[in-house]
Design a protein around this ligand. Structure first.
Ligand code: DON
Length: 628
């Protein structure tokens, strides 16, 4: 038997693992029920095994008991076969032949719509045989190979037919044969009824194990994407259709009570398997061959029910997916960008930065989370520069409803002063593309451009701050030179002191993109005064986008100060964002200052450094407060 690649096992100490083992111990002694006897080959299997497997939508497997023991899939082939037909033959063609109403009857009931002869749904035998007939019509040569490959893709490994069970079913399936002929009578099956029937028998006889079914259930939970190999097996719309009929009809005449008590779409098979799906969360499967009078695994139902009730997993449990998606929310008046500003600029931004707001979102975004966000953003604005930055860096997924609602909100605000920018979206390529398509004709081009302009929140904040400073008449050009007397560190120096310092300063130029300083590499003891251009101070850890930018320095500021105070260390990289001009002061050069001035100049420099550090520390404190 081929093995499943990319299987990640949950830790033995994980509570889910412990719960599955506990359920295994609890249900193992339950020997109620009987083997399916109407198929001779099934009556001969070992009745004792019990396997339980749970697979999360990110592909972690927890399992207990006989999860690798093979058995035949039986009716659990019905959901993936239905999905295949929806995809391959089209929804309309499938609905013409098979309904979606529960029967309230047994799996092998002969209960067709009186007018049309349509089977009631694809989860009972009549519906599944009709589905197989449709597939056979499309692919008379290789229908089985195709659906087998499709079911294998759900499980993430190549499955094979159990020949003995297939022959046994085919030889004894008189009731199914009767159903097929009745369907032929109503032209639901076209051509020889034996063809669709043969496909049905084969698909019931595919050999699987408990783990396979849990992976299949997880694929359905993961919107049709197999969590082990990330391949899309079935599109989201069809997954929804498959899960709907599983929820309403998957447990036959027990479907209503199942939904009421357990609340997970599920499917059972007379081979002893049960699979259940909690959409967006996980797939669960149980294998235990003894069946109740309805043909469902006794222990299988017990385990799934106990698990659902223990963790309150019912699909309609109202607390699931409550928003909680706003990780942090702050305004530009409280916490600015990491661009270092002068005291005057900081005062302007504190007074006028309230229109700039950042919403950091996290996790999976749903309708509810975006509704909340839109309400927050929609609160009356303050006038001036209004920019709402929605930071999606920590968002793992955005469902369709959330995407649509966000698009509507963006389009709705089109005539208002508030602007929107989405940041941290590089990992959400599909969402970006869809949103862009939805808004292309609804937003004026400049707004659309702004929405997608900034890679990160930092860049958006800095842009908004520059716009505010511009609007308040204190905009600056980073390329215009700041003279020595206006350098922050030297503010308190007299003209005579500046004149004494000037010969010690060495001019240096750097090209845009050049690394000026490298963390942990000398030479220390040099202070850089920034004359023109902008530099970024960056933590050395990580690479590319993941590198953390500590600050952006503008002309008039200084860097290299940590290694001046503590020559052993350089704590960060410094990169030139634009062409840069600096004046470099080597600490040892201070020895050349005229003796009469040296003491005062050194004191003022030290005081300047202390001011600089105090300002940087204040910024970090503000960030802490905003995020706490
Ligand atoms: O149609 C049959 O008789 C079987 N091969 C499949 C039925 C089945 O698994 C019913 N499920 N609980």
């Amino acid at each position: 038997m081929s093995t499943v690649p990319n299987l990640r096992r949950g830790a033995a100490s994980h509570p889910i693992q412990q719960v599955l083992e506990r359920l295994h111990r609890r249900f193992l002694p339950d020997r109620r029920g009987r083997l399916a006897s109407y198929i001779p080959e099934l009556a001969a299997v070992d009745a004792e095994p019990l396997g339980i497997a749970l697979v999360t939508i990110d592909g972690v497997v927890y399992e207990a008991g006989d999860t690798a023991a093979p058995f035949t899939i039986q009716s659990i082939s019905k959901p993936p076969t239905y999905g295949y037909a929806l995809r391959d033959c089209g929804v309309a063609a499938v609905l013409r032949k098979i309904g979606v109403e529960p029967t309230g009857d047994a799996f092998n009931s002969i209960n067709l719509e009186p007018e049309t002869g349509r089977p009631r749904n694809p989860m009972v035998n009549a519906g599944a045989i009709a589905t197989c007939g449709l597939i056979h019509q499309e692919h008379p040569e290789d229908g089985f190979a195709r659906v087998l490959a499709h079911i294998s893709a759900y499980c993430g490994r190549e499955l094979v037919l159990d020949e003995a069970v297939y022959r046994s079913e085919k030889a004894t399936g008189h009731r199914n044969r009767a159903i097929a002929h009745l369907l032929r009578n109503f032209n639901i099956l076209e051509g020889d009824p034996e063809d669709g029937l043969d496909l049905y028998f084969r698909l019931c006889s595919v050999a699987v194990n408990c783990r396979d079914l849990a992976v299949m259930a997880a694929t359905l939970a993961h919107n049709g994407v197999n969590p082990l190999d990330n391949r899309t097996v079935l599109g989201g719309q069809n997954v929804r259709r498959v899960l709907s009929v599983m929820a309403s009809c998957g447990m036959y005449d027990g479907s209503g009570a199942w939904l009421y008590d357990v609340g997970m779409p599920a499917k059972s098979g007379v081979g002893g398997g049960v699979m259940a799906v909690l959409p967006g969360q996980f797939g669960l499967a149980v294998f235990s061959p003894r069946l109740d009078e309805r043909g469902n695994s006794v222990r299988g139902l017990g385990v799934v029910q106990a698990f659902s009730q223990e963790f309150q997993l019912h699909l309609f449990h109202g607390e699931r997916g409550l928003p909680g998606a706003i990780r942090a929310h702050y305004s530009g008046a409280v916490l600015g960008s990491r661009a270092e500003r002068s005291e005057a600029e900081t005062a302007v931004l504190e007074a006028h930065g309230g229109g700039v707001r950042v919403f950091e979102l996290k996790g999976r975004l749903s309708f509810g989370s975006i509704e909340l966000l839109v309400r927050e953003i929609g609160a009356p604005g303050r006038g001036g520069v209004e920019l709402n930055v929605i930071d999606l860096q920590r968002v793992t997924a955005i469902d369709d409803a959330a995407g649509l609602l966000l698009a509507e909100a963006c389009a709705g605000w089109c005539g208002e002063p508030r602007h929107l920018a989405l940041t941290g979206t590089s990992h959400l390529e599909d969402f970006r593309r869809q949103l862009h398509e939805r808004l292309r004709d609804r937003l004026p081009a400049p707004r659309l451009e702004l929405l997608f302009r900034f890679a990160d929140t930092e860049a958006a904040m800095e842009w908004a701050e520059n716009a505010i400073l511009e609007a308040e008449g204190c905009g600056r050009d980073p390329m215009s030179e700041v003279p020595l007397q206006s350098q922050e560190l030297l503010q308190k120096c007299s003209p005579a002191e500046l004149a004494a310092l000037r010969p010690l300063l060495e001019p240096a130029r750097f090209a845009a993109g050049e690394r000026i300083l490298r963390a942990d590499q000398g030479p220390g003891g040099r202070l850089y005064l920034l004359v023109s251009g902008k530099v970024s101070v960056i933590l050395p850890e990580g690479d590319g986008e993941s590198r953390l930018r500590l600050s952006v320095l503008w002309p008039g500021s200084a860097f290299g100060e940590i290694a001046v105070l503590d020559p052993e260390t350089r704590s960060a990289d410094v990169l030139a964002d634009t062409p840069v001009q600096c004046l470099v002061l080597r600490m040892e050069a201070l020895g050349r200052l005229p003796p009469g001035q040296a003491g005062a100049i050194q004191l003022k420099l030290t005081q300047g450094l202390a001011r600089l550090l105090a300002r940087r520390l204040r910024r970090v404190n503000r960030e802490f407060r905003a995020l706490a």
